[in-house]
Design a protein around this ligand. Structure first.
Ligand code: GLP
Length: 244
């Protein structure tokens, strides 16, 4: 779906998320959301905060799982995705502290494998992700599923692509400070969500969107696997859709 602007597009994504939360809460059920960081989803979070404040949208029955986190990374560091999510969403809504999950970038290396398996299990035990929202990186990654990530990959530690580290350089005040690793949900974790919404804004994303949407389905572009998802929606502004 192509919208005239990122602002209007973000409102439509927020409305779908709010509908899900209201429907499930009315039934006494938990809404399970997969969340993303980066500049792309921030307006969706702004809109959800507005709905919480102005329309009484409650997140008491919502559990969230973030896609990824740098490794190593402490939660209070400037570039931490825990910090990002608190600043952009969690600290402004009524979600209980125990209900949000962001991969832990502080664990000793030898505990990461078991931690990732537990992250997957926690999602499964709640009945799976109702909606996963996604941005897209220049390598075509979703989460941090860099080129080479297989269709059946699950939550794990990965090595960041050179291009991704370059793109993150300004956040870290220099490429040399960008961590080499990250923990990310896998392609299979994302594909198991009942609904997937990938968003992209601006002309810079147009070539990547073309490869993801019209290119072959390949491990070289993790987002291309969404072509095979039963309920995936790609939400774009006109600039991001320019090469389709
Ligand atoms: C990072 C995140 C991705 C995000 C991407 C794009 O790599 N791990 O989840 O989609 O950046 O970022 P932005 O939305 O700022 O363009």
């Amino acid at each position: 779906t192509v919208f005239p602007s990122a602002a209007v597009a973000s409102q439509s994504v927020a409305a779908e998320i709010a509908d899900l939360i209201r429907t499930k809460s009315a039934r006494g059920e938990t809404a399970v959301l997969g969340l993303a960081t980066g500049s792309t989803p921030t307006r969706v979070y702004d809109e959800l905060i507005r709905m919480h404040r102005e329309e009484g949208l409650s997140f008491k029955n919502v559990v969230t799982f973030n896609l990824d986190e740098y490794y190593p990374m402490k939660p209070d560091e400037l570039q931490s995705y825990v910090r990002f999510m608190r600043e952009h969403l969690f600290d402004h809504i009524d979600i209980p502290r125990g209900n949000w999950n962001v991969p832990d970038g502080t664990l000793p290396r030898e505990q990461v494998f078991d931690y990732c398996a537990a992250y997957e299990r926690k999602i499964k035990d709640l009945g799976g992700l109702d909606i996963q929202i996604l941005g897209i990186g220049r390598t075509g990654h979703v989460g941090f599923n860099e080129p080479g990530s297989s269709r059946d990959s699950r939550t794990r530690m990965i090595t960041l692509d050179k291009v991704t580290r370059m793109d993150a350089a300004s956040d870290f005040f220099g490429e040399q400070n960008v961590p080499r690793k990250a923990i990310t949900m896998g392609v299979d974790t994302i594909m198991n969500a009942r609904r997937v919404i990938l968003m992209a804004w601006g002309e810079g994303k147009a070539p990547t969107i073309r490869r993801a949407v019209e290119g072959e389905v390949t491990t070289a572009v993790a987002a291309s696997f969404l072509q095979q998802h039963a309920s995936a929606k790609i939400v774009l502004d006109t600039a991001a859709a320019a090469e389709l």
